[in-house]
Ligand binder design. Structure first.
Ligand SMILES: Cc1cc2nc3c(=O)[nH]c(=O)nc-3n(C[C@H](O)[C@H](O)[C@H](O)COP(=O)(O)O)c2cc1C
Length: 255
C-alpha cells in the first residue's frame, strides 16, 4: 500500500470539506489511513523572500515547517488539499508552498515525489487553483498526477458525491494507478514550460543567479528538458516544442 500524506490547507481542520474529499481520494487509492497534516495545527511563517536559500539550500526560518517536512519525506504521494479562497489557495497553503522552494530540486527531499491536488469551492476557481498547484509542482520537480476539483454543488447535501464528481475522481485514480504500476510519468506541457522557463531565466541572468546556475550546471539540467528523477519519463515532442516556443517569447522581456 502506498504511503499517502494529505496536506490540508483549510483553516477548518478536521471539519473541512476539502479534507473529506482528500480522504475519499486516498481511500480510493487503497490507503485507509493517510497521514493527515492539518496546516492550521502547525506554527510556521510565510517566506520572507530573503533569498538565502538560493545560496545555501537551507531556509533560515527555523519553525514547524521542518516537522512537516520530516513527515512527508517518508511518504510517496502528497495530496495538496485546499479550499478555493478568492480564486486562489488558502493562506495556509500559500505560506506552506512558498516555503517549499528550498526542498524541491535544490535539496531534493520532495524531488521526484508524486503529488495530487484536491481543491474545493462553492462555484468558481477550483480548476484554476488545481492548475496553479500543478505548476508549482513542475517547478520543483514533484511529479504531478492530476487533480480532483470539487464544487459543493457536486454533493448531495454534503453526503454523497454526484456522478459528475465521481467521474472526475475515477479518472484521476485510473491515471494515478497507471503511473504507480508502470513507473512511467508522462511529461506535461507545464513540466516542459516551467522547467524551460527557469532554465532560460537563470541562463540569461547567470550573474544574478550564479549560485543556481552552478547548481543547474553541476546537475546537467542545462542540457535537459526536465529534471532527472528516478522515473521513466514519457516525452511528448509536440508539448516540448510548444513549451519551447512559449518560453522563448516570455523571456524576450528579460533580455
Ligand atoms: C474567504 C473565502 C473566499 C472564498 N472564495 C471562493 C471563491 O473564490 N470561489 C468559490 O467558489 N468559493 C469560494 N469560497 C468558498 C470555499 O472555497 C468553499 O466553501 C470550500 O469548499 C470550503 O472548504 P473547507 O470546508 O475545506 O474549508 C470562499 C470561502 C471563503 C471563506
Amino acid at each position: 500500500m502506498k504511503k499517502i500524506a494529505i496536506i490540508n490547507g483549510s483553516p477548518k481542520g478536521n471539519s473541512s470539506f476539502t479534507l473529506r474529499i482528500a480522504k475519499m481520494v486516498a481511500k480510493k487509492l487503497g490507503c485507509e489511513e493517510p497521514i493527515e497534516i492539518d496546516l492550521q495545527k502547525y506554527s510556521f511563517a510565510g517566506c520572507t523572500g530573503c533569498m538565502k536559500c538560493f545560496k545555501t539550500d537551507k531556509c533560515i526560518i527555523n519553525d514547524d515547517i521542518y516537522k512537516i517536512l520530516s513527515i512527508i519525506e517518508e511518504t510517496e504521494i502528497i495530496i495538496f488539499a485546499t479550499p478555493v479562497f478568492f480564486f486562489s489557495v488558502s493562506y495556509l497553503m500559500k505560506h506552506f508552498i512558498d516555503r517549499l522552494i528550498t526542498w524541491g530540486y535544490k535539496s531534493k527531499q520532495l524531488f521526484g515525489k508524486y503529488a495530487i491536488a484536491v481543491t474545493t469551492a462553492d462555484g468558481a476557481g477550483s480548476n484554476k487553483v488545481s492548475k496553479y498547484l500543478g505548476d508549482f509542482c513542475s517547478f520543483l520537480g514533484i511529479m504531478y498526477l492530476g487533480n480532483a476539483f470539487c464544487y459543493i454543488s457536486e454533493f448531495d447535501t454534503y453526503k454523497k458525491p454526484k456522478s459528475r464528481f465521481q467521474n472526475k475522481m475515477n479518472k484521476l485514480i485510473n491515471n494515478v494507478e497507471k503511473v504507480l504500476k508502470t513507473g512511467i510519468y508522462r511529461l506535461r506541457f507545464a513540466d516542459y514550460y516551467n522547467f524551460g522557463l527557469r532554465k532560460r531565466i537563470i541562463t540569461i541572468g547567470r550573474k544574478k543567479y550564479s549560485y543556481e546556475y552552478k547548481l543547474w550546471e553541476e546537475n546537467n539540467y542545462l542540457k535537459m528538458d526536465y529534471y532527472k528523477t528516478n522515473h521513466k519519463l514519457k516525452r511528448n515532442w509536440f508539448k516540448k516544442k510548444l513549451a519551447d516556443i512559449a518560453t522563448k517569447i516570455v523571456v524576450r522581456k528579460h533580455k
